[in-house]
Design a protein. Structure first.
Length: 167
């Protein structure tokens, strides 16, 4: 037996011996944004950005990062839809707002390598949407003058629909 086979066999034996939770259910349930609520969130976020004078793209993704809604204002740059989607995906994938991640992943920081994950974008503007303590999606903004401004627009959009997040 070679070393790789021996290691794999040992690992399989260890995993097989771990106790399985007796109360574990075969199926799990979770909540996600409905398409209508995702659209409302995108519209409210776009309105918040317009109020500040920003032409942006807004992306709303479900809890797994799959896009639900994309809105691009008429003068937002061509890159903004993809950037907004990547910010929202990054927030759900890493379970963290991208403004905080931008700071924590600078070169030389312990988590800097995460910037090399495919499609991850460590720029402010990706904000988690939570309801009753669970992540139900995220919103991403691109096109405001800074990541902080993108983040503020996203939070204003979430605040505008927060009554709907109280399932």
């Amino acid at each position: 037996m070679n070393a790789k086979t021996l290691t794999a066999t040992a690992l399989a034996a260890i995993l097989a011996s771990l106790p399985v939770a007796a109360e574990e259910k075969a199926l799990i349930s979770y909540k996600v944004l409905s398409p209508g609520t995702a659209l409302e969130l995108a519209q409210a976020t776009l309105a918040a950005c317009r109020k500040e004078g920003y032409q942006v793209a807004v992306a709303v993704v479900d809890r797994s990062g799959t896009p639900q809604v994309m809105l691009r204002d008429r003068y937002a740059g061509q890159h903004t839809p993809g950037t907004a989607t990547r910010k929202a995906w990054t927030a759900t994938s890493f379970r963290s707002d991208t403004l905080a991640m931008a700071e924590e992943t600078h070169a030389g920081k312990q988590q800097s390598g995460v910037r090399f994950v495919d499609n991850a974008l460590m720029l402010g503007g990706g904000v988690l949407v939570e309801a009753e303590g669970s992540i139900v999606g995220a919103v991403g903004i691109s096109g405001a003058p800074s990541g902080e401004a993108d983040d503020a627009c996203a939070r204003a959009g979430i605040k505008a629909i927060e009554d709907k997040l109280l399932f």
